[in-house]
Design a protein around this ligand. Structure first.
Ligand code: CP
Length: 316
């Protein structure tokens, strides 16, 4: 494939190939010298129209470790602030011949649209409520390393499902890999029609967590609530926040995950988040760099093959 736009486009064997390559980049990133030439001579531009800590930092580090020239477009100082559209901005950057464009945008589908307009590889770093594919891949790698497999597990995704691209990409990936997925959260934050994805839906944490191997917590995405109902944080924590009492219903060796950014005392108790025997939140961050290295390495290989084929046609 030319782009990485969503988990929906990936087959199970492609997901496993990314995880296997990422595994090698985990070891690579733990070395003292972390420099490869997999992206040597290539230009990577990161365009983040929404705030980010983990995704932007890890894409930047991943590109640099692979030897690319990496540019972070400073959206706040760009001509976007003068009214230039996403597509015009992308076409402008495309004219400078980047090879990889990493894009985060608040509109669902914006990254797919942009991919149709440019002639480099596009990686979706999160678009609205739609998808966040590298997050689901890094979550899968974290789970596989903790549990020894990424199949036949019971995984509870808890919280604000309605507004979460992380939930959507995880639901797609975990379903493709033959896991049992439960969505747990208040009915007001549960999208209609999720049962079509083959998951079970719960509005009670204890029932939803019962026997789960993996407990994945999500924050309340207030920035996407558009003036709709926002629960009180105190009440929310009481009913849906992960604390020791609720976690006791999950499997004894259940792991706790959170994509970040986390709001302690709202969707998760700080003690649980910091419990190194249960929480793999920092491992998720580490896997983020490795997974993004793997994704960009694979797309760069495809790009080189595509360009090589085009060059041969011209020569023929
Ligand atoms: N998980 C995640 O996407 O975090 P950031 O918003 O900090 O990139």
């Amino acid at each position: 494939a030319r782009h990485l736009l969503g988990i929906e486009h990936l087959a199970p064997d492609e997901i496993l190939a990314i995880l296997d390559l990422a595994e090698r980049y985990v070891d690579f990133s733990r070395r003292t010298v972390k420099k490869s030439d997999a992206l040597a001579g290539m230009t990577q531009i990161n365009m983040f129209f929404e705030n980010s800590t983990r995704t932007q930092a890890s894409f930047e580090l991943a590109g640099k470790r692979l030897g690319a020239d990496v540019m972070n477009m400073a959206v706040a100082q760009s001509s976007v602030k003068k009214g230039e559209t996403l597509i015009d901005t992308a076409l402008t950057l495309n004219a400078m011949h980047p090879d990889l464009l990493v894009v985060r945008h608040n509109a669902s589908g914006a990254v797919n649209l942009l991919a149709e307009k440019v002639n480099c590889a596009v990686l979706n770093a999160g678009d609205g409520r739609h998808e966040h594919p590298t997050q689901a891949l890094l979550d899968a790698l974290t789970i596989r390393r903790a549990k020894g497999r990424i199949q036949r597990l019971t995984i509870a995704i808890c919280g604000d499902i309605q507004h979460s691209r992380v939930a959507r990409s995880n639901l797609l990936l975990l379903g493709k890999m033959d896991n049992r997925v439960r969505l747990v959260g208040p009915p007001t934050l549960m999208p209609s029609g999720v049962a079509e994805f083959g998951c079970e839906v719960f509005d009670d944490m204890k029932a939803g967590l019962k026997g789960a191997d993996v407990v994945m917590m999500l924050r309340l995405q207030k920035e996407r609530m558009d003036g709709g109902f926002i629960p009180s944080e105190r009440e929310y924590f009481h009913r849906y926040g992960l604390d020791a009492e609720k976690l006791a219903f999950a499997a004894e060796d259940a792991i706790v995950m959170h994509p970040g950014p986390m709001n302690r005392g709202v969707e998760i108790d700080g003690t649980i988040a910091d419990d190194i025997n249960r929480s793999v939140i920092q491992e998720q961050v580490e896997m983020g760099v490795a997974v993004r290295m793997a994704c960009m390495d694979l797309l760069a290989r495809n790009l080189r093959a595509e360009r090589g084929a085009a060059a041969s046609e011209v020569m023929a």
